[in-house]
Design a binder for this molecule. Structure first.
Ligand SMILES: Nc1ncnc2c1ncn2[C@@H]1O[C@H](COP(=O)(O)OP(=O)(O)OP(=O)(O)O)[C@@H](O)[C@H]1O
Ligand SMILES: [Mg+2]
Length: 456
């Protein structure tokens, strides 16, 4: 059983072409064969009418244009005479018939002249059949030539007709997992439209379901935030209370736990907030990537210094992109927090902001261990923390970054830096820069000031 629709159509249509061809060929052959025999009969009749008024010496072959036609004119006389063959011919009735002459089957036309003498015009049946077969076979040539042409045309038509299905599959495959926009119905074949409509209905249901889930996640995280903040404050308040050493140690553990829970809630909220937004990046306000980068880096300098890490800028160029500043800040904060957290003491974290044609690039490089290549495939999945998870971290940071970058129409790439005596991770975010006309009149576009290198 052929699984592919194309295969089935092709085999079915080819079988039909071959069957029709075979039946047509059979009829054409039989018809042409019969016609050729009749034509040869009419030649015998014409020869006989020529011989009607003249007599020839018996049994002589009449070689016309063609040596192989093997036609004999046999004078039989007025009474049976001559060889046994001639005598036997004499006894036959007037007209066309099949007889045996010189031990071979022949087609014979027997005639009697007005003076009573008889003669026969005979031709070997084998020769006649051979000629007829040749003629009949020649009528099959066009059919034989047409069949491969028809098969090629069928294959082309089948492939062309099924192309929309292949295109539909390609479009669906190329989609982002969270892209729930309906498939276009316009320009698709009518047979595919019910199918596309069903897929669209399914996509709509899935979008509703995802919206529900997202709202639930956002609501739950939001509802939890107030009590957790209150609990955090209570835990902080313990600092000002005189406590025994043991109680203080317990309070420290409690505070750390509260801190982690708060971080988890914030990441969950961020994840819910940055789900696919219906509006494209072009409808978002303008934001300065370099300025946001400087602000976020300034915020994290203290933490980096605490951990003995040199945080600085490798290169900063003014880059304007369509985005909310908070989204850019969330991207950089997550990348920088990772770099700072996973880089050992005395390491370096470099930030770069620059432009390559129409693409704004944000790069964070660290001197940490990098990400195990086995983890790379899953690294953007929520809650995935790699094969060597630290005690801190929710595994949500990079999935938040990925979602924001996707929403901004950009790309993110993570690559391990493996050079002489160094390791590390390089995270590169590429975002489309806002067109030059957009930036006119926007809030303070900074003048290019070349690259700068500052280390904290
Ligand atoms: N710069 C880095 N160097 C080495 N490993 C990294 C780096 N960045 C991320 N990783 C690995 O990827 C995992 C996922 O990172 P992600 O930012 O998504 O989550 P997280 O940092 O564990 O949690 P969160 O960001 O919510 O604090 C990390 O747990 C870590 O194992
Ligand atoms: Mg992180």
């Amino acid at each position: 059983m052929i699984k592919s629709l194309r295969g089935r159509l092709f085999v079915g249509l080819t079988a039909m072409i071959l069957l029709t061809g075979a039946i047509g060929a059979m009829f054409a052959y039989n018809w042409a064969f019969g016609e050729a025999i009749e034509l040869q009969d009419s030649i015998l009749i014409q020869l006989a009418s020529l011989a009607q008024n003249a007599s020839f010496s018996g049994g002589q072959p009449l070689h016309g244009v063609d040596e192989d036609t093997e036609v004999w004119l046999i004078e039989l006389g007025k009474t049976p005479r001559g060889s046994g063959d001639d005598r036997q011919l004499f006894t036959l009735q007037e007209g066309l018939q099949v007889a045996t002459w010189k031990n071979q089957p022949v087609r014979v036309l027997l005639k009697t002249r007005s003076d009573g003498s008889r003669f026969a015009v005979a031709q070997l049946t084998a020769v006649r059949d051979e000629t007829a077969r040749g003629v009949a076979l020649r009528t099959l040539l066009p059919i034989a030539a047409l069949i491969p042409c028809l098969m090629v045309v069928t294959a082309l038509v089948v492939a062309h007709s099924l192309r929309p299905t292949a295109r539909l599959a390609r479009d669906l495959d190329a989609r982002r997992a969270d892209d729930m926009t309906p498939l276009p119905l316009l320009g698709t074949p009518s047979e595919l439209q019910p199918f596309i409509a069903s897929i669209n209905a399914l996509l709509k249901r899935m979008r509703l379901l995802m919206d529900q889930q997202r709202r639930f996640l956002a609501d739950a995280a939001h509802e939890l935030r107030t009590p957790i903040t209150a609990l955090s404050l209570q835990a902080e308040n313990l600092d000002s209370v005189a406590l025994s050493k043991v109680a203080r140690e317990r309070a420290a553990v409690l505070k750390q736990g509260m801190h982690r829970t708060k971080h988890l809630l914030e990441q969950l909220l961020a994840l819910a907030r940055h789900e696919a937004t219906p509006s494209g990046p072009a409808e978002m306000p303008l934001a300065s990537l370099d300025r946001v980068a400087k602000e976020v880096a300034a915020d994290l300098v203290a933490e980096a210094t605490d951990r003995g890490i040199h945080l600085g800028f490798a290169l900063v160029e003014p880059v304007m992109v369509h985005s909310e500043a908070a989204m850019l800040a969330a991207i950089l904060r997550n990348l920088l927090e990772n770099a700072i957290r996973f880089t050992p003491r005395d390491g370096t974290v470099d930030v770069g902001v620059y432009r390559e044609n129409d693409i704004g690039i944000l790069q964070v490089e660290d001197t940490g261990p990098g990400i195990a290549s086995a983890d790379m495939d899953q690294i953007f999945e929520p809650f995935f923390r790699g094969s060597r998870p630290e005690e801190e971290g929710t595994g949500l940071g990079l999935s938040i970054v990925k979602r924001i970058v996707d929403n901004l129409g950009g790309e993110i790439a993570l690559e391990n830096i493996a050079g002489a005596g160094r390791s590390g991770l390089r995270a590169t975010v590429r975002l489309p820069v806002a067109g030059d006309s957009d930036s006119v009149g926007s809030e303070e576009v900074e003048k290019p000031k070349g690259s700068e290198r500052t280390h904290s």
